[in-house]
Design a protein around this ligand. Structure first.
Ligand code: PLP
Length: 417
């Protein structure tokens, strides 16, 4: 029995659902799961020592490459000083300032420990600040476990085991209006019907959890206008896209300004950091200034924020994003060639350090268009690539991620092996 197989069997005993948590990545594609034991630059190694080039990027955070020496040093230095103080820290303030400096829509920001915590907090804040209950969200947009309180049972990404409200009392989800991504008319209609009671819209401004679906022209602008008109708050969930789609996330690319933004993944450089922030007159509703309670034992802990600060510092260097976009394009072109050789074809789209592969003729514009045939074709391709040592983001419903360490030589060398 290989070490991977042994770990797989043991996980089935010790972790509910067995494959659900540590090898979640493999659920949608099947095959023997790989347990990852080491990661460096653009490479990962499984428990049996096999090396892969990594296009999962830890589901997004690993944007400067795994174990970047500057991030490792920052974490080591912070750890030597103590792990957790439960008191304000210098690093916490510096990371908050670094985020505010980079994202003009954010006047004040609160640090938390994950993307889920950030989205949960932003939604609670929107309700507290507006005194309204209803939330608009979009089918196929993923907001972490916050979805379990938002999504109606049976909708959303159920196929892939993502959170739904199944098992949650109906009164918890009755305030959510779930609409199709890019369907601005439906949003307008919802405001006409419920305008006085809609607290917020939460949206992935580029949907990375439907593979990669970009907003139709005018969609984000339309959401902005409707929110302003009806006094609702616009929340951009940039947990995935923040500092990855571009230096200012999708808000920078689109020029649309949200009231609140949620962040995680990249801002923790691989450590648990999330954040939510935005207009100061909205943020003031958080306790102790306002009534919305929010706190976390490990929020802003010095080791995590040190990793985030070191990462943001690297992202701020000249040419970082130009290089990232160039690597992404190079990869997509290379994969396209490989796909043809493996007997499958796809079209592709990308933004910054994210890419989507669609095993169909055209780029989908909504969740409903991503079909089972797309998933089946993706599985074939995923395994063909894995056998060549290329580990892709293992779901036809999730964007893939490139890091600055995927330089031309590594891509060419691996794909030509
Ligand atoms: N929001 C978006 C857009 C995400 O992609 C994710 C995670 O993939 C989350 C929220 C949840 O973040 P976390 O897994 O850190 O709780």
């Amino acid at each position: 029995m290989s070490r991977n197989e042994e770990l797989f069997a043991r996980a089935a005993q010790s972790i509910p659902g067995g494959v659900n948590s540590p090898v979640r990545a493999f659920r949608s594609v099947g095959g023997t799961p790989r347990f990852i034991s080491k990661a460096r630059d653009a490479h990962i190694w499984d428990a049996d020592g096999k090396q892969y080039i990594d296009y999962l990027g830890s589901w997004g955070p690993a944007i400067v490459g795994h174990a970047h020496p500057e991030v490792v040093k920052a974490v080591q230095d912070a750890a030597v000083n103590g792990l957790s103080f439960g008191a304000p820290t210098e690093g916490e303030t510096l990371l908050a300032e670094a985020i505010i400096k980079r994202l003009p829509s954010i006047e004040q920001v609160r640090l938390v420990s994950s993307g889920t915590e950030a989205t949960m907090s932003a939604i609670r804040l929107a309700r507290g600040a507006t005194g309204r209950a209803k939330i608009i969200k979009f089918e196929g947009c993923y907001h972490g476990h916050a979805d379990s309180l938002l999504v109606k049972a049976g909708s959303g990404l159920l196929t892939f085991g993502n959170p739904t409200s199944a098992g949650v009392p109906p009164e918890f989800v009755k305030h959510t209006i779930v609409l199709d991504y890019n369907d601005l008319d439906a949003v307008s209609e919802a405001f006409k019907q419920h305008g006085d009671d809609i607290a917020c819209i939460i949206v992935e401004p580029i949907a990375g959890n439907m593979n990669l679906i970009k907003p139709a022209p005018g969609f984000l602008e339309g959401l902005r206008e409707l929110c302003t008109q009806y006094g609702a708050l616009l929340i951009f969930d940039e947990v995935m896209t923040g500092f990855r789609a571009g230096p200012q996330g999708v808000q920078g690319l689109s020029g649309v300004t949200p009231d609140l933004t949620t962040l995680a993944k990249v801002i923790g450089g691989g450590m648990p950091v999330g954040a939510f922030g935005g207009r100061a007159d909205v943020m003031k509703h958080i306790a102790p200034l306002g009534a919305v309670y929010q706190a976390g034992t490990l929020s802003g802990n010095p080791v995590s924020v040190a990793a985030g600060l070191a990462t943001l510092d690297i992202l701020g260097r000249p040419g970082f994003y130009e290089n990232l976009a160039a690597q992404t394009k190079k990869l997509v072109d290379g994969l396209s060639e490989r796909a043809k050789a493996a007997g499958v074809t796809f079209c592709a789209d990308s933004v910054g350090g994210m890419f989507g592969l669609y095993f169909r003729e055209s780029i989908p514009t909504s969740f409903a268009e991503v079909s089972d045939s797309n998933i089946d074709a993706f599985k074939v391709f995923f395994h063909a690539m894995l056998n060549q040592g290329v580990h892709l983001a293992p779901s036809a419903f999730e964007a893939g991620f490139v890091s600055a360490k995927h330089d031309d030589a590594i891509i060419a060398q691996t794909l030509d092996a």
